[in-house]
Design a protein around this ligand. Structure first.
Ligand code: SF4
Ligand code: SF4
Length: 279
């Protein structure tokens, strides 16, 4: 049996909101019962948050996508087994008839993926366009419109599907959203915004950018180390770091004294200009 899901490739998304608008277009005023009643203009089954991080001239902007995670063990269904069910293909459905008037269902999702439709008096959420899949489509409205291939949709149980091949190829870079909730979310995310440490290495004697310096980042707690080299502007960057961990940054360049700095990733850290001295 199929198990449908998405891969949200955050790094590829430029925040054009085409998927958001396609979702609105598919559902606003259109009844897709029994899987989803018509939504109204104020209802968004999908949310995209702009995330800005970094400081000064080292700022990044990413777009995080939030939808129902189509959990394997849905917290919503546990609390409302009469109103919510899971299909054989893994899609979790709020029954529009049985859930009518039950606003308390909105609070049953730890991901805040259920929204309340005050006009229809219904709790609603993403169904991964179940009505389209039932009609023989192989894509959702959001995934088919993305110009950047940032939204991959498909059958995660089929080893030959595009999404399964992608997941197998990029397994080390993919993660689930809040796995600690213990609900078994179906979707994968690549490059969730996380703190970075960056800086610019400058030779003190010449005041020139230091290209090709070796920069080593070591976690002071676990000892894990990563290395990189400064580019032609003397810049370096370590991305995707864990939050609130202590790090040591060591800079080594031929003919110069090694230099060490400390940084804690409460947020992203821009170490700014780092001057290294002649040996
Ligand atoms: S994300 Fe929330 S609404 Fe969706 S299946 Fe999981 S618990 Fe239910
Ligand atoms: S359509 Fe693609 S690029 Fe545009 S916001 Fe959605 S995921 Fe991002």
């Amino acid at each position: 049996m199929a198990r449908y899901g998405f891969v949200f490739n955050v790094e590829r998304c430029n925040g054009c909101f085409s998927c958001f608008l396609a979702c609105k277009d598919e559902h606003t005023g259109n009844c897709h019962c029994p899987t989803c009643a018509a939504t109204t203009e104020c209802i968004n089954l999908k949310r995209i948050d702009e995330v800005q991080y970094g400081s000064d001239d080292k700022v990044k902007v990413d777009y995080m996508h939030y939808v129902c995670q189509q959990c394997a063990d849905p917290a919503c269904m546990k609390k409302f087994p009469n109103e919510i069910y899971k299909r054989d293909d893994g899609i979790v459905i709020i029954d529009p008839e049985k859930a009518k008037g039950k606003k308390e269902i909105v609070d049953a999702c730890p991901y805040n993926a259920i929204v309340w439709n005050p006009e229809a008096q219904l709790p609603q959420k993403c169904t991964m366009c179940a009505h389209m899949l039932d009609a023989g489509e192989t894509v959702t409205r959001c995934s088919e419109v993305c110009p950047n291939a940032a939204l991959l949709f498909g059958d995660l149980d089929d080893p030959n599907s595009e999404i399964s091949k992608y997941v197998a190829e990029h397994k080390d870079e993919l993660e689930k959203l809040h796995p600690e909730f213990g609900t078994g979310p179906a979707h994968w995310y690549r490059h969730i915004p996380k703190p970075f440490i960056c800086g610019e290495v400058v030779c003190k004697d010449t005041d020139e950018c230091c290209k090709g310096a070796k920069v080593t980042l070591t976690c002071d707690e676990c000892g894990t180390a990563r290395t990189t080299e400064t580019d032609f502007l003397g810049d370096f960057e370590f991305r995707g770091l864990p939050t609130n961990k202590p790090f040591t940054v060591k800079i080594e360049a031929d003919g110069y004294k090694p230099c060490e700095l400390k940084a804690r990733t409460k947020a992203s850290v821009n170490l700014g200009e780092i001057f290294i001295e002649k040996a």
